[in-house]
Design a binder for this molecule. Structure first.
Ligand code: NAI
Length: 328
């Protein structure tokens, strides 16, 4: 029998947490043969609701679930963590300036980064979901100097999945025929979903679409503003689709991308494609043997270059702002 993998979920009592925990416990995160132990990290006000969720997890009698621990202490929450899903974050409330938002989240992600540094397992893999995800990941990573920087990632998989779905709807293709789509940059309205290297059943997606106007005026804004459209329709922000994307992100990282395909992950830049080293930006990546590598050598046309640069500029501004706040 395999030793259980320790999976820590922060913000466990929130709506993404609720959509996420049952799928982790039923084997969708790592595989149907991998036992897991869950650690739910919440703030004191969230502990009771987290206990309720844990009762429901018990009631599912999941064969793979080997234990649940609930805590509001990051040092306990990340103790021995192999996978850390940082979902809990401080949402922007009315009248809050961007600086206030960044500093409120710095107060969460800096101590959590340190707790990961001091307590997590040597092979820890971190996914930041809580927004602003890329910059929160940067703050946590900077607070964890003993953990290899590349273990800190930010989620753009929801954007990636949204883009695949929109492209499938436009072309009448099946989602499983779409490969090599890329999200570049920040998980924000400036993100750039790129279909110029994408393939639909082996043929160039850009040639099949053959409509730059649709790309610029419909596809890109629809993907980038999908979160707002969900809030408008549902009266609450995306939760099940965000949880699904978090599952996809870790599953792909650990188990690999399919032959001939790649995925999108927010990862520390190594300077590829002109993205300044160290920024946590979304790239096309191939995953293999539990590691990821940026897909190299893609030809970036003018249309793409402008948009990648704009999103990267926003990431630089966020980095500079948190640096000024003393969070890096
Ligand atoms: P929610 O408000 O329902 O839940 C957040 C939970 O985090 C709450 O239970 C809260 O008590 C907890 N929390 C707050 N501070 C914490 C701390 N320091 N430690 C542990 N737990 C803490 O929010 P929801 O809908 O679950 O979303 C969570 C985050 O995910 C938000 O920041 C949201 O913007 C982000 N998000 C990111 C997406 C992406 O694609 N990267 C997609 C959708 C949401």
């Amino acid at each position: 029998t395999r030793t259980p993998v320790n999976v820590t979920v922060t913000g466990a009592a929130g709506q993404i947490g609720y959509a996420l925990l049952f799928r982790i416990a039923s084997g969708h995160l790592l595989g149907a043969d991998v036992p897991v132990k869950l650690r739910l990290l919440e703030i004191p006000q969230g502990l009771k609701a987290a206990e309720g969720t844990a009762m429901e997890l018990d009631d599912c009698a999941f064969p793979l679930l080997k234990g649940i621990e609930i805590t509001d202490d990051p040092n306990v929450g990340f103790d021995g963590a192999n996978v850390a899903l940082l979902v809990g974050a401080r949402p922007r409330t009315k009248g809050m300036e961007r600086g206030d938002l960044l500093s409120a989240n710095g107060g969460i992600f800096k101590p959590q980064g340190k707790a990961i540094n001091d307590n997590a397992a040597d092979d820890v893999r971190v996914l930041v979901v809580g927004n602003p995800a890329n910059t929160n990941a940067l703050i946590a990573q900077a607070a964890a100097p003993d953990v290899p920087a590349e273990r800190f990632t930010a989620m753009t998989r929801l954007d990636h999945n949204r883009a695949i779905s929109q492209l499938a709807a436009k072309t009448g293709a099946s989602v499983s025929d779409i490969k090599r789509l890329t999200i570049w940059g920040n998980h924000s309205a400036t993100q750039y979903p790129d279909i110029f290297h994408a393939e639909i059943a082996g043929k160039s997606a850009a040639e099949i679409v053959d409509d730059e106007q649709w790309l610029a005026d419909t596809f890109i804004p629809t993907v980038a503003k999908r979160g707002a459209a969900i809030i408008e329709a549902r009266g609450a922000s995306s939760a099940a689709s965000a949880a699904n994307a978090a599952i996809d992100h870790i599953h792909t990282w650990v188990n690999g991308t399919a032959e001939g395909d790649w995925t999108s992950m927010g990862i520390p830049s190594d300077g590829s494609y002109g993205v300044p080293e160290g920024l946590i930006s979304s790239f096309p990546v191939v995953c293999k043997d539990g590691k990821y590598e940026i897909v190299q050598g893609l030809d970036i046309n003018e249309f793409s270059r402008t948009r990648i640069d704009a999103s990267v500029r926003e990431l630089e501004e966020e980095r500079d702002a948190v640096r000024e706040l003393g969070l890096l």
